[in-house]
Design a binder for this molecule. Structure first.
Ligand code: 4AD
Ligand code: MG
Length: 431
């Protein structure tokens, strides 16, 4: 008898197989025991008739509890009425472990309780669906860049200096020196882009942000492409192709989970087609003024501003040319108005907010040195970065896409805490 997995159970119709898994749910009618078995790849209804198994086996089955682990032997049957389309007629059942009373029951639980039990909560259908789509999304992201000749060059987590401002740095002792956990791999990407032309890094990033919003994590994953010789419009075009492809492939591969488990309105994702609207920061500011969000020209957008701006669009859109004052030190000034920068954010529709931040980098040595001084950054730590402007400097651009915000948009999940297996939040370090 072959050890089968629920995901591919369809190829065993009429055959006897072994399944190993956990009890998601069980009920009995005296003569028949129904076990909804989850094996990690899916769930299947297992039917144990008193008349077709040993009496001791049936009795043992009646004693079982939610999340007990077991091995079942049985014949696969196609049944269009069954969830998933198949059922298992059980001939034998071997208990691996009878679970203690499981804390997460089908009744409603509060969010703090679920977050405290995140290590178990991951087993529930909804969380399982979100994290399976996450794994697919990561693959689609890598495929996009790998297929286009980008070289994956990962960047360090311990860094000697800030990339995205000094207020959100996590400091740690590095054998007597100070190191910071990376906020972005971008500065290193700029070095590898000068070596490989088109690169990307993909890893965890850290922001000591005292934000408790539904869009902020302390530790999140970011993919960051960087392209030598690319300018602002080139990178916007790349970001557009990228978002269209990763959203499109997610819908294609996970339509069933999105519609049936997460109840996502997939038609909203099907509208993610080029071209994405492109508006300038100045245009966006005018819209916000008219809509009266309390936005002040010259500041960065708040969550409400992003949601209000998105009301005008049915797909992701770009806001470009932010004032230098709200962006990082490395942003190339706009030649038409040096108070502005060649920066761009991509905002998701439906109130999911900013999913991409990026732009064109300063490639002139003198200007970059000036900016490092103006931002009060330690020039010594940036010597290697300045070297990139000393030896064959070229215009170059890139961006970063946050995995959790993008996944929350794709899945229709309001809070990013459900989009990463073990979220790190302002007030949460466990489990
Ligand atoms: O806009 P950010 O800060 O851009 C950078 O870090 C650039 N250095 C990237 C680059 O050009 N290579 O962050 C990029 C994206 C955001 O748009 C958002 O999706 C995500 O990273 N992000 C967060 N996600 C969750 N929690 C947080 N605290 C996040 N901060 C940023
Ligand atoms: Mg940003």
């Amino acid at each position: 008898m072959e050890l089968a997995e629920v995901e591919s159970i369809g190829k065993y119709v009429g055959q006897e197989v072994v399944l190993k898994g956990w009890i998601y749910n069980l009920r009995s009618s005296g003569k028949i025991l129904f076990i909804l078995l989850r094996d990690g790849t899916g769930t299947i209804q297992c039917i144990i008739e008193k008349s077709s198994v040993d009496e001791a086996v049936f009795e043992a089955g009646l004693e079982l509890t939610q999340e007990s682990s077991l091995e079942v032997h049985g014949t696969v049957r196609e049944d269009t009425r069954a969830p998933g389309g198949y059922e298992l007629n059980v001939s034998n059942l071997i208990v691996i472990h009878k679970a203690e009373k499981y804390p997460i029951t089908p009744k409603e639980h509060g969010m703090p309780f679920l977050m405290d039990h995140r290590h178990l909560w991951l087993r529930s259908a909804r969380q399982h669906a979100i994290l399976r789509i996450r794994a697919g999304l990561v693959r689609f992201i890598r495929d996009f860049f790998d297929d286009r000749g980008f070289v994956n060059c990962d960047t360090p987590i311990f860094t000697p200096s800030a990339c995205e401002g000094t207020t959100t740095l996590f400091e740690t002792d590095y054998f007597g020196d100070t190191a910071y956990l990376t906020q972005s791999g971008q500065l290193y990407n700029e070095a590898t882009a000068a070596a490989f032309r088109k690169v990307y890094c993909f890893g965890p990033t850290f922001r000591a942000e005292k934000s408790k919003t539904r869009r902020h994590l302390i530790e999140f994953w970011m993919v960051e492409p960087e392209v030598a010789f690319a300018e602002l419009d080139d990178i916007m075009g790349l970001a557009e192709d990228f978002v269209v492809e990763i959203v499109g492939r997610s819908v294609e591969r996970y339509r069933d989970l999105l519609e049936n488990v997460l109840e996502r309105d997939v038609s909203a994702l099907e509208r993610v087609q080029p071209p994405f609207p492109r508006i300038s920061y100045d245009e966006a500011a005018a819209v916000l003024k008219e809509k009266g969000t309390g936005f002040e020209y010259g500041s960065d957008f708040g969550g409400t501003d992003e949601t209000v701006l998105a009301e005008n669009y049915d797909r992701p859109f770009f806001v470009h040319r932010f004032p230098a004052a709200v962006k990082a030190f490395y942003m190339e000034p706009d030649p038409e108005n040096p108070a502005l920068t060649l920066s761009v954010d991509c905002l998701a529709p439906e109130g999911y907010g900013e999913i991409i931040g990026g732009g064109q980098r300063i490639h002139d040595l003198d200007l970059l040195e000036k900016r490092i001084d103006e931002h009060g950054l330690p020039k010594k730590a940036f010597q290697w970065y300045l070297d990139l402007r000393r030896y064959g400097t070229v215009p170059h651009s890139g961006f970063g896409l946050g995995i959790e915000r993008t996944l929350s948009y794709i899945c229709g999940i309001k809070h990013v805490r459900e989009t990463i297996p073990f979220p790190r939040l302002l007030n949460r370090l466990t489990p």
